[in-house]
Design a protein around this ligand. Structure first.
Ligand code: PLP
Length: 441
């Protein structure tokens, strides 16, 4: 095995395996480039799932990986060394994990020793909750059942975990209600903290309506109410779209998710501030991740996540302003195309929200029917589709006060770095025509 044949930036050096022929490599790179930039894949077994003609406006669901990310990962498809091994096979993998961790830390604004890799955003959220509850039980200040404060617009990875722990008698929790724009009031959080509160977990930004919270004020309010409470923020939707610096926010724990920022699915990170002591392990086994999260590190995905974080640190403001321009263009075209149909725009109206998210509600129009009709042409989400794809109304939309008719008529459209002006014009035209046709009046 030759090591060190390819140098990428200041990262570790690793060779492409001799087993991959030049032709295979060329095909791999052409396919990855095509797929990562949103194009169709002629040899894909996905049967048209990556159809180029379908305009992708569902970037909050997931994002295509960057070509640079695919390039960064490619050597680790074949370089198989275990990062825990100290021999020649293990060393490049260990270096790749370190390099990935450094770049994630740089984006989060913390030190590398505070970044712990996980298999998903859901895992990071579950870990934050489970360990904060266990830790809280040991605190002298917690004399009863551990209590958690959260909001009524959190992702199911938070709310379902809390419901499960409550059902097992392991915790109680309070849902702080958001206002009509989806904003959490810091003083409401402060009021919800009790003597047994061990964790306050409020998402940095919401995946459905794009509301961004003032986490810094929320963290201060929580700690004012109880000094030793831990503060977690689920920033899955924020990294790569808005600036998130965990130290400036003053949080103890923070969730980052790879597939929302151009890295692959199945990788994320939990920030655990160095000041958090006695934070129990989530997965038990080998001593990986500083002994806190067992399991051989996924070198391939970690290297991809590192690259995506490097790109977000480097290009974040430019990408963000591109997404915003396309989102604003989409909003303006749809509003103009639907006159005189009343359209409600959900989320924060003063520019605080995520720059790429447009949530609109049209009463008397079933958004799922619109999206089903356009499923070959426009990819987006409906407010009624929930996370499981079922027919229930989204709890986030109910939380911001939407009646059932508006909730069922809600479309979540989210733009990204590859969304073009032409795509936006075409998508707006198609959406307006379908909405007009489906109006039940
Ligand atoms: C706000 C938020 N938190 C957590 C998650 C869960 O991330 P994952 O799909 O990696 O489990 C998501 C994904 O949709 C999300 O939007």
């Amino acid at each position: 095995m030759e090591l060190g044949a390819i140098t990428r930036g200041t990262g570790p050096k690793v060779s492409l395996s001799r087993q991959a022929t030049a032709t295979q490599r060329a095909r791999m790179s052409a396919t990855a480039r095509h797929a990562s930039e949103g194009g169709g894949v002629s040899e894909s077994p996905l049967g048209g799932a990556e159809k180029a003609a379908c305009i992708y406006l569902d970037w909050n669901a997931t994002t295509p990986i960057y070509e640079e990310v695919a390039d960064e990962m490619r050597p680790y498809l074949t370089h198989f060394g275990n990062p825990s091994s100290s021999h020649a096979y293990g060393r490049p993998s260990k270096a790749a994990v370190k390099y990935g961790r450094d770049r994630v830390a740089n984006l989060m604004g913390c030190s590398s020793s505070e970044v712990f890799f996980v298999g998903s955003g859901s895992e990071a959220d579950n870990w934050a909750i489970a360990s904060a509850i266990k830790r809280g039980k040991q605190l002298a200040s917690c004399t009863g059942r551990p209590h958690v404060v959260t909001s009524n617009i959190e992702h199911p990875a938070i709310l379902e975990a809390l419901r499960a722990y409550q059902a097992d008698g392991l915790c109680d929790f309070t849902l702080v209600e958001v206002d009509g724009e989806g904003t959490v009031c810091p003083s409401a959080v402060e009021r919800a903290v009790t003597e047994n509160t061990v964790l306050v977990t409020i998402m940095h930004s919401n995946n459905e309506v794009g509301a961004v919270q003032d986490i810094s004020s929320i963290a201060k309010a929580a700690k004012r109410a109880k000094r030793d409470v831990l503060v977690h923020t689920d920033a899955a939707q924020s990294f790569g779209k808005v600036c998130v610096n965990v130290k400036e926010l003053g949080v103890d724990l923070c969730t980052l998710v790879g597939h929302k920022l151009g890295a692959p699915k199945g990788i994320g990170a939990l920030f655990i501030d160095e000041s958090v002591t006695a934070f129990p392990n989530f997965l038990f086994g080998g001593g990986q991740e500083g002994g806190r999260r067992a399991g051989t590190e996924n070198v391939l995905l970690i290297s991809g996540l590192g690259k995506a974080c490097e790109i977000a640190s480097r290009d974040g403001p430019g990408i963000s302003s591109w997404m915003k321009s396309r989102r604003d263009q989409l909003r303006d075209r749809i509003l103009a195309g639907l006159v005189p149909v009343p359209v409600r725009i959900n989320g924060q109206g003063d520019g605080r929200g995520l720059p790429n998210t447009l949530s609109i509600s049209i009463a008397q129009c079933n958004a799922s029917e619109v999206l089903a009709e356009l499923s070959e042409d426009v990819a987006a989400s409906a407010g009624a589709a929930c996370h499981s794809g079922g027919a229930g109304v989204s709890s986030v939309l109910t939380a911001i006060g939407l009646d059932e008719s508006h909730a069922r008529g809600t479309l979540r459209l989210s733009t990204g770095r590859l969304t073009t002006e032409r795509e936006v014009d075409r998508a707006a035209e198609l959406l307006c025509a379908s909405i007009q046709k489906n109006l039940k009046v």
